[in-house]
Structures are given as C-alpha cells and as structure tokens.
Design a protein around this ligand. Sequence first.
Ligand SMILES: [Zn+2]
Length: 215
Amino acid sequence: MKLLNELSEILFPSRCFGCSTLGPNICSTCKKTWQLKLYRTQIRNIEVFSSLAYSPTAQRVILAAKEDGVLPADLLIASAIGNSLRYLLSVSEMGALVPVPSRRSSSRKRGRDFLSEITHRVGNSHSLDVHQLLEHRLRVRDQSNLNAQQRFENLAGALHVPQSKVTRINNGKNLILVDDLVTTGASLLEAKRALEAAGFNVIGAVTAFVSTPLR
Ligand SMILES: [Zn+2]
C-alpha cells in the first residue's frame, strides 16, 4: 500500500490548489489565505455560518471537488463546513443536516452529488443525521449571469420535499442546511422555504465559503 501511494505520488504528484506548486494541497504561502474563521451572515430570516471568504483558491477547490472528484478537495471543504457547524451548534440547538441539492442536470453529468457526500462526512464526524429531503421541482437554468433579484425569482418554488420523505421523517424536526458556498443566499432561502412548507424547522445554515460582500 505504501508503495502504491508512493507510485501514485510519482504519477500524480499533488499540487497546491491555490498556486499549483508541487507539494501539499494548500502550500504554506496559500495557507495564509486559508485560515478558518467565523463569518455570520443574516440573510432575511436565515443565519448562515461560514468559515472562509470566497477566493480564487476556494473556486479551484470547489471545482476540483465538484467536477473532478478530488478527495483532498472534498476534505478541505468538509473541514471548513465542520468548523462552521461547530460555531452554529455553540449558539443553537442540534439539528439534522440537509444538503442543498445541486441542479439535477449537473449532478447527473458528474455522476455523484459531491455536496451530499461531503455532508455525510461532516454528519459522521459530528454524530448528526443527514437527510436528503430536498428535490428540484423545476428545471432551473444556469443562474450565473442573473442578479440577486433575478436569482431569487428564478429559484422561487424550485425545491420541494417529496411526500414520501415527509412521512418517513418526523415533521417539526430541527434541520441545518449545508451548502458549499453562499453568494446571494437565494438557494438557502428557497431550501428553507421548501422545508418549512413541509413542516420542518430550519434553525440555520452552514457553508464552507461566503462571498463577501454578498452579491
Ligand atoms: Zn500555494
């Protein structure tokens, strides 16, 4: 196994996600911009706990996890979400974790739902249940070119909790939303709306990254 690890290190040497230097996944220089902190953002009626400001390095880490399934990228995101979660739990009640689903077409293309896997990883290390309650109702077009208001309208009513899941999991249960990045908060607000419409109680949200200031 050791030999295999060494061999794979020769064939696929690891590089820094920030600057592509050979070596650790976050090199000592880039580590200066990768310090887990606490960001608390109130977006309408939901409080969001995040650990890192969104940056070019963060963007590359998310892409590596999302598009290429790179395990060290998953672990970096899981550790940042875990840090945000510890803060939320220090000021709030316990709750089960609910990943915010990515658009169906993109997760089908990738063959896995990276955020769901990361959320299970975080749930395991904090002994919290994970429930994948949310599903897409409408096809949402790529919203990267939309402003905050357009995104909100685009997403309104986009998510729902299928009836089979409502009956299987107790209504009124406390839930914590999990996402990789909060930008406008539109996805989190829509997730909260859909869960509360199904009778659940959303106590807050945790993300790895926050784009500051919120666009
Ligand atoms: Zn670096």
